[in-house]
Design a protein around this ligand. Structure first.
Ligand code: SF4
Ligand code: SF4
Length: 216
């Protein structure tokens, strides 16, 4: 499963580089637009599988840990959560200005790609995913309503927190009151990293409504 996921990510990265080299980024933005609708049904699969930033942040985080560069802190000034929206509006304004006035296509995604790599050399991936990424902000809104999503079976969870450590977005947390893991759907990239480490096999991708019925 892990290798299939890596292969899918690499294929999307190759497609991204191809479209970028041909100056056809509108096709990529079309994929992104479709993925927003898909997020209502299947969650933030674009972020977990197609996004070139996420794909390159995974080896960057590995390198950061190896070189002992990563800090657990996240910048306090980012905590308001407004930056992704400001960055999104700013990116659209810059692209439109360049297109209409300068008659040039600005590869804005390339700028954010470098930013995500540089920031992940220092901070945990959750900082970029949750507090900076302009493309993640609308995905959070749509992904919150995902019909299918990664869920925890509370009856078998032993609260070991291995899933917490594996999650790139801090979407899964073990609650102190019941010592059971719970997932914030809007932050979940559906990446399966938590499933892969769970010793009780109690994390599954499933229909949200059926999971709720089973729990009640
Ligand atoms: S890894 Fe599995 S058992 Fe451990 S806290 Fe997470 S969901 Fe529960
Ligand atoms: S590790 Fe689990 S909770 Fe975290 S983003 Fe991936 S699938 Fe979602």
């Amino acid at each position: 499963m892990k290798h299939v996921i890596s292969l899918v990510r690499i294929l999307f990265l190759v497609l991204f580089i191809f479209l970028l080299s041909k100056g056809k980024m509108m096709f990529w933005f079309a994929i992104y637009g479709i993925s927003l609708i898909a997020a209502i049904f299947f969650g933030r699969v674009y972020c977990g599988y197609a996004c070139p930033m996420n794909t390159l942040m995974i080896p960057t985080e590995w390198l950061s840990k190896k070189m002992k560069l990563q800090t657990k802190e996240s910048p306090k000034w980012l905590q308001s959560g407004k930056l992704p929206w400001i960055a999104l509006v700013g990116s659209i304004v810059v692209m439109l200005f360049a297109k209409r006035v300068l008659h040039k296509d600005i590869p804005i995604l390339l700028f954010w790609l470098f930013a995500s790599i540089l920031l992940t050399l220092r901070y945990k991936p959750a900082v970029f995913h949750n507090l900076i990424c302009p493309f993640g902000a609308p995905q959070k809104v749509f992904g919150k309503f995902a019909r299918f999503s990664t869920k925890v079976n509370k009856q078998t969870c032993i609260g070991c927190k291995l899933c917490e450590k594996a999650c790139p977005t801090e979407a899964i947390l073990v609650k102190s009151e019941n010592k059971k893991a719970d997932i914030e759907t809007s932050l979940c990239l559906q990446c399966t990293s938590c499933q892969q480490v769970c010793p009780k096999d109690c994390i599954n991708y499933s229909n949200k409504e059926i999971s709720l019925m089973c729990e009640s």
